[in-house]
Design a protein around this ligand. Structure first.
Ligand code: ADP
Ligand code: MG
Length: 401
């Protein structure tokens, strides 16, 4: 796909292919009633600055209190992504100076994150007819708990910046993937699977359009047998479709740049969805110094498993990893396998059924109530129902039949 023949190289070298490398960093907003370290509510699209406690506004003398729900959501997510959960993790301050971060630092987990060394399997179609699927795996380097920032709104007509702190301090899980992917389609399929897993767990609503799932794509290219190339980081990607486009554009741009004798800068770029291209982000130039330091106001985060649980412990005060593991719901991959096994449908159809919220349940209830052959029901769903819903901009849950 990415074979390019440089006009200047002799034919001896003219077939050296490029290998693209893609690694994702994903921020998922934790689905929780309150923020990571304060009791303020978490709500999308509330009136500006209506969900801000003294701590969120960084008033002197306020202290963080860790939200148990956020920790449980991160443990659940780590387990679902086959991570090792660290029984002791640490909080750190990462400094940067921006109007929507009133403390001047973000509390994150730089030294020891809550979960490490996991993996995510995802599938994608390798032909246009959606009938041949391959399953791939991307390694998860780590998951860390951290605070979200507020939002800056730039009012160009009045030349001013407005700050909304409703989002300041909302709990995030940052999922860092190893650079194991090689194109936009793979990145898109991996993020889609992650999104389904988060929604199944209920650990994040993971709606990209609402900013609950934010994906930064790191991209580089190199020749076989050579070390990885310099990478760029692409931000501002707000849908899965745009993720695939942004990554493929950036791969192509880097190849053309290098083939024309240019170099790739280690820079942050933004995806412009209207133009379909990536552009340098001016304010991110130069290497930042975050001056990491341990967060002095939070003790290490200690988790237990059934073996290490102290006797006579108050269960409200500790988190038992095994207890969470035993209560994990069926993940999408398991649900698909069960659908294939129970109803004899094709694997690719099990993907379609899980792709829409409520569709698998609807399929099962139709089969049960009508006693029709599952394959017939699938045919009706694919050929009639889905196109009807699309035409009328309805979701499966909004249908009236
Ligand atoms: P840093 O320490 O600079 O933050 P990390 O090793 O944490 O670097 O990687 C950050 C992200 O960049 C990860 O998602 C990783 O997969 C990705 N990445 C690292 N090297 C490359 C590369 N050469 N090409 C593409 N992505 C990369
Ligand atoms: Mg990093």
């Amino acid at each position: 796909n990415y074979l390019r023949i440089s006009p200047f190289s002799s034919f001896l070298f003219s077939l050296a292919p490029w290998i693209p490398v893609v690694g994702l960093e994903i921020h998922a907003q934790i689905s929780s009633n309150s923020k990571l370290f304060s009791g303020s509510q978490v709500q999308f699209a509330a009136p500006p600055n209506s969900l801000v406690s003294f701590f969120d506004a960084s008033l002197p003398g306020t202290l963080p209190v860790l939200n148990r729900r956020c920790v449980e959501a991160a443990v659940m997510t780590g387990l679902a992504l086959n991570c090792s959960i660290n029984k002791k993790s640490l909080f750190d301050r990462k400094h940067y100076f921006y109007a929507d971060l009133p403390a001047g630092y973000q509390i994150t987990q730089q030294r020891v994150p809550i979960a490490v060394n996991g993996s995510l399997s995802y599938s994608l179609c390798i032909d246009n007819k959606m009938s041949q699927m391959v399953t791939k795996t991307v390694r998860i380097k780590q998951i860390q708990l951290e605070q979200d920032s507020g939002k800056s709104l730039h009012d160009d007509t009045r030349c001013q910046t407005l700050v909304d702190l409703n989002r300041a301090g909302v709990g995030l899980m940052e999922v860092v993937m190893e650079p194991d992917m090689c194109c936009g389609e793979e990145a898109a399929a991996a993020v889609r699977e992650l999104q389904l897993i988060l929604q199944t767990l209920g650990s994040s609503q993971a709606v990209m359009a609402e900013g609950q799932l934010r994906v930064d794509a790191n991209v580089s290219v190199h020749h076989p047998g050579e070390p990885y190339g310099v990478r760029t980081e692409v931000k501002n990607i707000n849908s899965i479709r745009f993720l695939a486009k942004a990554v493929d554009y950036e791969i192509q741009r880097q190849i053309e740049e290098l083939e024309n004798g240019g170099t790739i800068l280690n820079e942050t770029r933004a995806f412009d969805s209207k133009l379909g291209c990536t552009v340098p982000m001016r304010d991110k130039e130069g290497k930042q110094d975050y001056r990491f330091m341990p967060e002095p106001n939070l003790p290490p985060l200690i988790l237990y498993d059934t073996k290490s649980l102290p006797a006579n412990v108050n269960h409200q005060q500790v988190i038992n990893i095994d207890w969470i593991q035993e209560r994990l719901p069926d993940l999408p991959s398991v649900k698909r396998e069960k659908l294939v096994e129970q109803y004899g449908i094709l694997p690719e159809h099990s993907f379609t059924l899980l792709n829409e919220d409520g569709l698998a349940e609807f399929f099962e209830s139709v089969v049960k109530q009508t006693q029709m052959k599952p394959k017939k029901v699938i045919g009706w769903i694919l050929n009639d129902l889905l196109s009807y819903l699309k035409q009328h901009s309805l979701t499966v849950k909004e249908r009236s039949v």
